[in-house]
Design a binder for this molecule. Structure first.
Ligand SMILES: Cc1ncc(COP(=O)(O)O)c(C=O)c1O
Length: 484
């Protein structure tokens, strides 16, 4: 049975969906970022028995889908400055619509000729934008998958045995190195790759939250002497917590000295390497064996879009290529570039289209200016905090992340660490409930912090003023509640 409706009815539904989208974006900055509803309240909106008979699309858009829109967290809003999550672009939205209409499966070249060629092109553009000399890689769902893909390739290439055939047990214990500030997905990858979490050495950081290279080198030497097999250093180019960028150039030298794979987690910070403002921080990125980078973060592409870049094209292929009979006949005959051989996934969406359309619609220059503006307004926030009596900066501001806390105007309360932690936790809860702005929380040197991260091309200076004024208002109210 065909599930299609009459084409005119389909057109009406598409128009209706477009109207919903345009309505969502009109006056977006004055809409609440968070709906303020409880888990139960949202669950009740959608919980129902398995629908036996369908309803028409038009009706569906008027009912349930309206509830999806009204309870969605608006990371598209300029007042969303929490997790490293892009605000999306209009070009990206249109691309997503086209992408689902085309329904390409970007596994094999002949299943998506344009998809394959566009993916190759945008990987080249991304590499060029950040100053990475290689143009090989593949698109994956996000930063977690990109880091995992690169580390899987590293394990395959650098382990002194055939990991695919014999497994890890047949060889010496591999060790990987990163800083205590690395994203949790690094640990998740190490775990999933069978390395063992304890064999990921988390090296302490300096005051600016960059890895202590002296300690890193000492640990590598110690491990070697104790019979471990050091394999890889995972540097951070924009830590999730504070935006710190490790000294890439120096780490590249350490990798060279000890014959280690040099991987960079640039999932967040990578695009900033293409700016004039902070390009210098990324010196050495060109020396990496692999780089994880997320277009769905600071290239503003709608979620999901991650990218694994590698210097040696064979490394991903050696890791992921398996050609069973049902996939190999045309592959062996034509020798076309098959993305399925370079990724863990087989069936893959046409992610490249939204990145392609974003780059084409705004140009490298438009993206660069937006990234720089994000950095500058975060510098502005840093200044506001430094000049205030009631806020305190908790970490240096490197890219577009600011970690700080509300500390009241009361000199006695300002000295009470446990009170300040309690107060800032309360503020974070109140900000979520209030819904006008959306920020995240973290812990910096044991202190509860408000963490603001801007990868949002819609955010301007006025939104920083609004953010500070709302945090101050909520901070004062929370002070009253907490001191009762
Ligand atoms: C530095 C860093 N690496 C990796 C990730 C994971 O990316 P994703 O959420 O796309 O899987 C993040 C997410 O914020 C990140 O900031």
């Amino acid at each position: 049975m065909s599930l299609d409706v009459d084409v005119e009815e389909f057109r009406k539904s598409l128009y209706k969906a477009s109207d919903l989208i345009v309505e969502l974006y009109s006056d977006i900055e004055n809409k609440k970022v968070f709906c303020g509803k409880s888990e139960n309240e949202v669950r009740e909106l959608f919980e129902e028995e398995l629908p036996i008979n369908g309803i028409n699309l038009d009706k569906l858009l008027e009912t349930t889908i309206k509830d999806v829109f009204s309870t969605a967290t608006l990371n598209t809003s300029p007042n969303y400055m929490a997790y490293v999550s892009s605000a999306g672009t209009y070009a990206g939205i249109v691309a997503e619509l086209l992408c689902s209409a085309l329904n390409q499966n970007c596994s094999k070249w002949h299943c998506s000729p344009a998809g394959s060629e566009i993916e190759r092109v945008i990987i080249e553009w991304i590499a060029k934008f950040i100053g990475y000399p290689s143009t090989f890689g593949s698109l994956v769902s996000g930063g977690t998958a990109a880091n995992m893909s690169c580390l899987a390739a590293c394990r395959k290439i650098k382990a002194p045995l055939d990991v695919s055939k014999d497994g890890l047990k047949a060889g010496p214990q591999l060790t990987f190195y990163t800083s205590t500030e690395a994203h949790s997905c690094v640990e998740k990858s190490i775990d999933s790759l069978g390395i063992g979490k304890k064999n990921l050495r988390k090296i302490s950081v300096k005051e600016d939250f960059t890895i202590d290279v002296k300690k890193l080198e000492e640990q590598i030497i110690l491990d070697r002497n104790q019979g471990y097999y050091p394999v890889c250093i995972i540097a951070n180019a924009g830590t999730v917590n504070t935006g710190a960028v490790d000294p890439l150039d120096i780490i590249a030298e350490v990798c060279k000295k000890y014959n280690l794979w040099f991987h960079i987690d640039a999932a967040y910070g990578g695009p900033a390497a293409g700016t004039k403002l902070v390009k210098h921080l990324f010196k050495g990125i060109e020396k990496a064996d692999s780089v994880a980078l997320d277009p769905h973060k600071w290239f503003y592409v709608p979620i999901e879009a991650g990218c694994a870049l590698v210097k040696d094209i064979q490394s991903l292929k050696a890791t992921f290529s398996i050609l069973p009979d049902y996939l190999k006949l045309d592959t062996e005959k034509f020798h076309r570039f098959e993305f399925m051989e370079h990724t863990f996934q087989l069936s893959r969406s046409f992610r490249a289209l939204k990145i392609y359309m974003t780059f084409k619609a705004y140009g490298a220059e438009g993206l660069r200016k937006s990234i720089e503006e994000n950095i500058l307004i975060m510098k502005y926030l840093e200044e506001l905090i430094k000049q205030s009596d009631d806020f305190e900066l908790l970490a240096p501001v490197t890219l577009s992340t600011v970690c700080f806390r509300y500390k009241t105007n009361d000199k006695n309360l300002q000295k009470n660490e446990s009170y300040l932690s309690m107060l800032n936790k309360e503020i974070l809860d109140m900000v979520e409930k209030d819904g006008r702005i959306f920020v995240a929380g973290t812990i910096i040197n044991g202190k509860t912090a408000i963490r603001v991260c801007c990868v949002n091309h819609r955010a301007k200076k006025q939104h920083i003023d609004k953010l500070i004024s709302i945090l101050r208002e909520i901070g004062r109210n929370a002070t009253l509640v907490k001191s009762i």
